[in-house]
Write a protein that binds this ligand. Structure first.
Ligand code: SRM
Ligand code: SF4
Length: 565
């Protein structure tokens, strides 16, 4: 019901979920057909199972009638809480991309892995093989809580392990309970105990109910002195509060999110609001209460405004907190003053504190491939088989090799170098702190290129910064192929957002710390002119910065009206 008491007109996806018999739809029947793609309704349900139907936009053929014919394939996303996995699990993904994928693997901005180019006929095998190595794709996408992020650094500090455990526990607690996932992808269709078609209407989703959430829901955990997960861009965030070296609880923030449709004023990026302090014991139950408030009060009539951020924006964080307290069953304490004040990307060598080392390996834009010059996949295979490190994925699309003994450090560097790859310490600061979303050719929503063009933009950027003597500066550059914000361009120092064919909106004024939204500096800038467009700003920054002020802070202080154009 709306506030006026009139029944709400639900968005069509709500009907699909309601009729789906707990995410089954007709997926089972469709899997048995020869068609290379699924029908419209099942596409919505497949997301909950961790896969998107796509088509290679560069492989569209014109039919005799002049119609565009699509080459369908699937993106499959693995959910990896805190990005923690084994070498074997990474190898299993590399095997999948080489045998049934498009031979590349993507480390995502939320510590996940994505395979592309999986054919419908291989989809079941793909998801099954991911489960065979004890990972899952369930709720990697869809209107549910998705992969839970946490600082992946393997410090034996007694604090990070608790954050990482909370990520895992939250992910499990908030995972959908429907058996559909196991019926469809895990059990043998001929011999499995569950029926493929039909399923059970008796099922019960204790947290989500029959129609799940109004929209995707994202959770991240950070520390005040290490916001490497960009906690304020999430629907639900936990900032660890430490006293005398002990983790005592979390400041909970709610209502962050970045997606925007520039033509729709009702949509906007928003950073989360600080809501309440919770003890370690309260953390999961309060998280569940936040999810349930969004379930019951979030907007189900308009998917463009269905994210939690709009509810928090419209009703205010005090109203939201009162509802959470009702669902939780008691009052919550106010946030402590602790807030994020540092950001570590964990790249390069660092000591774990248990006599071993970890190495943060910068993967440019998270894309793993092999070609004649650079062989990321071969390097990873060598490292996994010869050193067998624990693997941790970062929210900056990169990889940490963990538990490295002193004796293996040189070998690890050699295994990277011999495949033509740069060591993290050889990469410029600008490149190290840059990232780009997938975009073309697989993303159905992309307007421009992103990960395929950012490396060349960074080449030019590096030259300009060197000319100006600014190559040591630390700032974030993030590019996306459309305004949805998958590489979080709206709170970084510099954001390039695809707006029209070959043209980008240039944002400045955010920060490496991720606690401030940026603003539009120039619109519709052609790809080839992105660096030239920013050059006057860097010249002014060099002359007028105060002390060691960072680039984004400088732009925000001076403000759009006083920045040179
Ligand atoms: Fe995203 C949709 C890729 C992180 C906001 N995102 C998509 C889809 C699935 C396109 C689609 O709907 O058809 C993209 C798949 C492209 C492909 O070919 O693989 C896609 N998003 C990604 C990834 C892979 C980008 C990357 O290069 O790393 C990231 C996967 C993370 C993961 O492992 O779960 C990814 N997406 C994000 C983030 C960043 C984050 O969460 O920290 C955001 C901004 C934060 C937020 O959610 O507000 C983000 N993606 C979106 C949106 C806009 C949502 C909104 O509220 O308006 C869409 C479009 C939508 O949902 O309608 C979207
Ligand atoms: Fe696709 Fe846009 Fe997300 Fe890039 S930002 S992956 S183009 S939806």
């Amino acid at each position: 019901m709306s506030d006026t008491g009139a029944p709400e007109k639900l968005s069509p996806v709500e009907g699909i979920k309601a009729e789906s018999r707990f995410l089954r739809g007709t997926i089972a029947a469709e899997l048995k057909t020869d068609s290379d793609h699924f029908g419209k309704d099942d596409l919505q349900l497949l997301k909950f199972h961790g896969t998107y139907q796509q088509d290679d936009r560069e492989a569209r053929n014109k039919t005799a009638e002049g119609k565009s014919e699509k080459a369908y394939s699937f993106m499959v996303r693995s959910r990896i809480p805190a990005g923690i996995m084994t070498s074997d699990q990474l190898i299993a993904h590399l095997d999948l991309c080489d045998t049934i994928g498009n031979t590349t693997l993507k480390v995502t901005t939320r510590q996940g892995l994505q395979l592309h180019g999986i054919l419908k006929s291989d989809l079941r095998e793909c998801i099954k093989r991911i489960n065979d190595v004890q990972l899952s794709t369930l709720s990697a996408c869809g209107d549910v809580n998705r992969n839970v992020m946490a600082c992946p650094a393997p410090y034996a500090d007694g604090i990070r392990p608790q954050l990482q455990k909370l990520a895992y526990d939250l992910a499990m607690h908030l995972a959908p309970q429907t058996k559909a996932y196991y019926e469809l992808w895990i059990q043998d269709p001929e011999t499995g105990a569950e029926t493929l078609a039909g399923g059970s209407d008796e099922e019960y989703e204790p947290i989500y109910g029959k129609v799940y959430l109004p929209r995707k829901f994202k959770t991240a955990i950070a520390l005040a002195d290490d916001n490497c997960t960009d906690v304020y861009t999430n629907c639900l965030g936990y900032i660890g509060v430490v006293r005398d070296g002990e983790l005592i609880g979390y400041n909970v923030v709610v209502g962050g999110g970045l997606g925007v449709t520039p033509s729709a004023k009702k949509t906007f990026p928003r950073l989360a609001s600080r809501m309440a302090f919770v003890t370690k014991e309260q953390a999961i139950a309060v998280g569940e209460a936040v999810v349930k408030v969004q379930r019951d009060f979030g907007y189900r009539d308009d998917r463009k405004r269905a994210r939690l951020k709009y509810l928090v924006h419209d009703r205010g964080v005090e109203w939201f907190r009162e509802r959470v307290e009702e669902y939780y069953g008691s009052k919550l304490a106010d946030c402590t003053p602790d807030d994020v004040h540092e950001h570590n990307d964990h790249i390069g060598w660092d000591q774990q504190g248990d006599g071993r080392w970890f190495y943060g390996f910068n993967v440019e834009n998270g894309r793993l491939y092999d070609n004649e010059n650079r062989a990321w996949k071969k390097a990873l295979r060598d490292i996994c088989s010869e050193i067998n490190p624990e693997i941790r994925l970062t929210a900056h699309q990169s990889i940490l090799f963990c538990n490295i003994e002193d004796k293996d450090r040189e070998k690890l560097s050699m295994l990277i170098k011999r495949r033509g790859l740069p060591l993290s310490e050889e990469i410029s600061n600008a490149r190290r702190w840059s990232m780009a979303c997938v975009a073309l050719p697989t993303c159905g929503l992309s307007i421009t290129e992103s990960e395929r063009v950012l490396p060349a933009v960074m080449d030019e950027f590096e030259k300009t910064l060197e000319e100006l003597g600014l190559e040591k500066e630390l700032f974030t550059v993030r590019m996306t192929g459309c305004p949805n914000g998958c590489a979080r361009p709206y709170n970084s120092d510099i954001g390039f957002v695809g707006k029209a064919k070959g043209k980008y909106t240039v944002f400045v004024g955010g920060s490496r710390l991720g606690t401030r939204l940026s603003f539009i500096y120039k619109d519709l800038v052609p790809l080839e002119e992105l660096v030239t467009a920013l050059k006057p700003l860097f010249v002014a920054f060099k002359q007028d910065r105060q002390g060691d002020e960072a680039f984004g802070d400088y732009c925000a202080r001076v403000g759009l009206d006083n920045l040179p154009t």
